[in-house]
Design a protein around this ligand. Structure first.
Ligand SMILES: Nc1ncnc2c1ncn2[C@@H]1O[C@H](COP(=O)(O)OP(=O)(O)OP(=O)(O)O)[C@@H](O)[C@H]1O
Ligand SMILES: [Mg+2]
Length: 385
């Protein structure tokens, strides 16, 4: 097991900077997710940790040792890729065993005929077979050991790829979107399996994804990355409920947070499209600012109620347990999405004029630069966000 630290990691490809002085400490045994849109630098970070890519500046430390000059095979890390990269002509057993044979046996010991005459070779092969059996049992693929990858489902192939990483007993697993080739149902299943595997092994997992649901559901902490910068690091619920940057608020959460223009009076009391909020700005805003309202903090209100947004229902997305209402507001400039329960929306029809109430204490405010603005409750002078 290992603690992994990145200090001031930057990476340029030619003249293009793709990572910008990344500082990150991953605790021993932690399940940490790197989340961000395509091209933000997630794979590059993982490859730098693994030693497959050299950083332009900064240090990678494993426990207390700087490993910048240490070859990938000596870092004791295992990488699991999106494409499982299994050997198609070998059985599952051979796929699991081959990396160990290459690592643990000498050239002569590996040869089939000569190797059989060397006593140390036989003992080592028996030990390897036991490790492979144990991993196969943990991953429940022990009945598939004689099959070839082409005879396995996507989920089973993914388990073999995990098994191949596991048998090496690495100090940390580096996983690059390992579930993205699976269908939706299997992905949900494998998420739970991976969390279970992490609990069983207790090894550090660094998991790359652009799927916020994976990051929110699986990790101890998540790191939101955009354009080669870390925007926020925190526990999933903290990042969701308390995004420190508008880009984080917009990236994490589905449906996406509603962003609307904000207004305030001379004492900082906030309103949004004429609806007063129960908060005021702690400090006067520097220029224009926006209000963020999560779809679940909106509700379908009775008609003609005050303190509501008014608009026309454009589209209804029925997800079974939730309904997403897409509304074009009457100001003609803004659209919002409300997430409501089916019984609340049963009478709503496309084209209806709707009144949308909001949980006025849940609004967030973001400055022109995207940074979260501190708010104070209108009632008490306590800081609320
Ligand atoms: N070998 C390379 N040469 C030049 N540019 C590269 C190279 N590898 C990656 N890049 C660029 O670096 C940036 C970050 O790439 P990276 O693969 O780390 O992104 P990512 O976050 O993993 O994206 P995705 O979610 O699509 O996998 C991208 O703009 C990419 O085009
Ligand atoms: Mg990638």
């Amino acid at each position: 097991m290992a603690r992994i630290t990145l200090r001031g990691i930057s990476k340029n490809f030619g003249k293009t900077r793709v990572l910008n002085s990344i500082d990150l400490e991953i605790a021993d045994g932690e399940f940490l997710t790197l989340l961000g849109p395509s091209g933000c630098g997630k794979t590059t970070i993982l490859r730098i940790i693994a030693g497959l890519e050299a950083q332009t500046a900064g240090d990678v430390e494993i426990d207390d040792t700087v490993v910048n000059e240490v070859r990938p095979s000596r870092r004791d890390l295992a990488m699991v890729f999106q494409t499982y990269a299994l050997y198609p002509h070998l059985t599952v057993r051979q796929n699991l065993t081959t990396p160990l044979l290459l690592r643990d046996l000498g050239f002569w010991e590996r040869l089939p005929l000569i190797g059989a005459l060397i006593p140390s070779s036989r003992a080592k092969k028996q030990a390897l077979a036991a490790v492979v059996r144990e991993a196969a049992k943990t991953l429940e693929i022990d009945h598939l050991l004689e099959r070839k990858p082409g005879q396995l489902s996507g989920g089973q192939q993914q388990r073999v790829a995990l098994g191949r990483a596991m048998v090496r007993k690495p100090v940390a697993f580096l996983m690059d979107e390992p579930l993205s080739n699976l269908d939706a149902a299997l992905r949900v299943h494998m998420r739970a399996e991976l969390v279970g595997l992490h609990r069983t092994l207790g090894t550090t997992f660094i998991y790359v994804t652009h799927d916020q649901v994976e990051a929110l559901t699986m990790s101890d902490r998540m790191v939101v990355i955009m354009d080669g910068n870390i925007l926020q690091v925190g526990a999933p619920n903290e990042v969701y409920e308390n995004p420190q940057d508008r880009r984080v608020a917009e990236f994490v959460g589905s449906p996406k947070i509603n962003i609307l223009p904000g207004e305030c009076d001379s004492s900082g009391r906030l309103s949004c499209l004429g609806v007063a909020l129960a908060r005021r700005l702690e400090r006067p805003a520097n220029g224009s600012f926006t209000i963020g309202l999560r779809p679940e903090h909106l509700e379908l209100g009775p008609k003609n109620r005050s303190g509501c947004f008014v608009g026309r229902l454009n589209y209804v997305e029925n997800l079974g347990s939730d309904i997403h209402l897409h509304i074009a507001l009457n100001d003609g400039a803004n659209n919002i999405v409300a997430r409501v329960k089916p019984y609340e929306a049963q009478d709503a029809a496309i084209g209806d004029e709707v009144w949308i109430g909001l949980d006025r204490g849940k609004a967030m405010a973001f400055g022109a630069d995207g940074q979260r603005l501190a708010l104070i409750s209108n009632k008490k002078s306590e800081q609320v966000s």
